[in-house]
Design a binder for this molecule. Structure first.
Ligand code: A2P
Length: 267
């Protein structure tokens, strides 16, 4: 990134890129150094931006879920690359040692505090909506609060599933949470536009019960299940209406409930 000397605004951390991994021409992940004072709850998001490259350049901020766990020494983010996207057009070009801006305050509704106690935690995601769950599945508190964690990730094709497959596998082998996650963390991946062992939109698979048959578990029930949903606007609307038809009540930080939703941010 060309250096242009601008002061870092109040309330913003300027962090160094430590790692970048591209999965497809639409998806990548990156890691930043973590300021000692940065605290967040698993599942929350922060605003990310790039330092201006010229005097005319105005920073563009977009919300990114923190994909790494709270105990990690660095912070990870998972991003789409949108051609011509005001932020991602530039962000996709970052390299090790570049500077990325991150606002100091994190927030969001996909947090354990927004859910009432339950037995199974379902984390339903499409596309980059998997990101907050990458943090939650590595948080020991998720395993204290729930017996089973079931993450679903649906993408257009298999290549787009790489991040969830890799993260869940790393979690199962992690020295801190691997043991907790054994036999209790389950990932279900499905594709909609490319042949794969399990195909279909998650909405269809919930409605025709194939999701539960595939896992060999009982269908969603309001008494024992809690649901977190993250994906595109349309997906949120459709999954929300399915769980509401089953009687699930939406939760928030101020009043915990049976399900919570958050949009996966897109450009
Ligand atoms: P589809 O291929 O049938 O559109 P995207 O990459 O566009 O964000 O989509 C990610 C995944 O979300 C795709 O597999 C897509 O399926 C799926 N999807 C899109 N809209 C919905 C919806 N309303 N309900 C459930 N899944 C959806």
């Amino acid at each position: 990134m060309p250096p242009f000397d601008v002061p870092v605004p109040d309330g913003v951390f300027a962090e160094t890129v430590t790692e970048v991994e591209h999965f497809t021409d639409r998806l990548f992940r990156f890691r930043l150094t973590r300021p000692a004072s940065f605290r967040f709850r698993s599942g929350e998001f922060v605003m990310i931006g790039l330092p201006p490259r010229s005097a005319e350049d105005k920073p563009v901020w977009r919300a990114y879920s923190v994909a790494s766990p709270a105990w990690d020494e660095t912070v990870e983010f998972y991003s789409i690359k949108v051609p011509g996207g005001p932020l991602t057009e530039h962000l996709q070009k970052i390299q090790k040692n570049d500077i990325v801006w991150m606002r100091k305050k994190s927030t969001g509704t996909l947090v354990l505090d927004a859910l009432l106690p339950g037995k199974r935690l379902w984390m339903i995601s499409t596309g980059t909506g998997f990101a907050p769950f990458a943090s939650l599945i590595r948080d020991p508190e998720s395993y204290e609060k729930f017996d089973q964690l079931i993450v679903t990730h649906t993408c257009r094709n298999t290549a787009e599933l790489a991040y969830s497959v890799q993260t869940v596998s790393a979690t199962l082998n992690d020295p801190l949470v691997g043991e907790l996650a054994q036999d209790r963390l389950h990932l279900v991946t499905t594709t909609t536009r490319e042949e794969s062992p399990f195909m279909g939109r998650i909405t269809t698979l919930i409605q025709n019960k194939q999701l539960f048959d595939h896992l060999g578990v009982s269908p969603l029930d309001r008494e024992h299940d809690r649901v977190m949903i993250c994906g595109s606007m349309d997906m949120l609307k459709d999954v929300k209406s399915i769980v509401e038809d089953l009687g699930f009540i939406e939760g928030a930080n101020s009043s915990p409930g049976e399900y919570v939703v958050e949009r996966a941010f897109v450009d």
